[in-house]
Design a protein around this ligand. Structure first.
Ligand code: DGL
Length: 273
């Protein structure tokens, strides 16, 4: 078995997995949520790197040839170091990909005003990863970032569709639009945020696109596998999907149904140093 590994700090990556599986149902997938140590959004670079590396080691040890870091915080803080310093020792053909580049690639066609907003965790915003990638690919686009530290807890605690969520949804949307009133496109640069879409639309002025990234990550993986037929060949195609969590399996099952709307086959694991 050589499943495609999908990693997130918690449940958010399930929104990405969902889109990927819709597009490529033939592959086997192995999802790992480091739920016991989530959220990553407020951790330091060193900690996010260390945790992400442990997760990548685990997924490679379980037969993955290709891993997607379906977490912006991990993609922002750990991907480059893992690709440059760690990947070699796992084998010459193993690959780890992130989700920031695919999102940035799609931007060109999404904005007319060329003013966009990035809504993300504190960690992703502090890393300036989106600004740096966008400056490389689309230097004419003006980027404004806004950390939304209360949004992940709202989602993780199943409060994303309650009246209690209104205050914090409105607060960060107002904050980013006050910084730049010409924004016509808001990127949901955290894999948890698509669950808040309904609420976000309630508070956003008309004419602003709100973009979840799953579709673009799935498209980009599709392209990657087309351009790398050897990798596509090595990934096994039994159509299965298994889940690993560092928290209790029961808790994962309960919460995962919010994201997946189906029962999941999950195993509790411990990540080692
Ligand atoms: N899902 C992670 C991301 O996309 C955020 C959750 C966390 O803070 O752990 O950035």
């Amino acid at each position: 078995m050589h499943p495609i590994g999908i990693f997130d700090s918690g449940y958010g990556g399930l929104t990405i997995l969902h889109q990927i599986r819709q597009r490529q149902p033939q592959y086997d997938y192995l999802y790992l949520g480091d739920n016991a140590r989530a959220p990553y959004g407020s951790h330091s670079f060193e900690i996010v790197y260390q945790y992400t590396l442990q997760a990548v080691e685990e997924l490679f040890a379980r037969g993955c040839e290709l891993i997607i870091l379906a977490c912006n915080t991990a993609s922002a803080k750990a991907l480059r170091t893992i690709q440059q310093s760690d990947l070699k020792r796992f084998g010459p053909d193993k690959r780890v990909l992130g989700i920031i580049h695919p999102t940035v690639e799609a931007l060109d066609n999404l904005t007319t005003s060329r003013h966009i907003g990035i809504l993300a965790t504190q960690g992703t915003i502090n890393s300036n990863s989106y600004e740096i990638e966008i400056a490389k690919l689309h230097p004419d686009i003006k980027v404004t970032g806004q950390a939304c530290p209360l949004w992940v807890p709202l989602v993780e605690n199943n409060e994303f569709d309650t009246p209690g969520a209104d205050y914090f949804v409105q607060k960060y949307l107002n904050a980013i639009l006050e910084k730049d009133a010409r924004i016509d496109t808001l990127i949901l640069a955290c894999t948890h945020y698509p669950l808040l879409l309904k609420k976000i639309h309630e508070f956003i002025p008309p004419g602003i696109n709100v973009i979840p990234q799953g579709k673009y990550v799935a498209e980009s993986l599709d392209n990657y596998l087309r351009r790398h037929p050897d990798m596509a060949e090595r990934c096994s195609k039994g159509g299965s999907c298994k889940f690993l969590t560092t928290e209790s399996a029961e808790k994962f099952c309960e919460n995962a149904t919010l994201f997946m709307r189906q029962a999941v086959d999950v195993e509790k694991i411990t990540l080692h140093h």
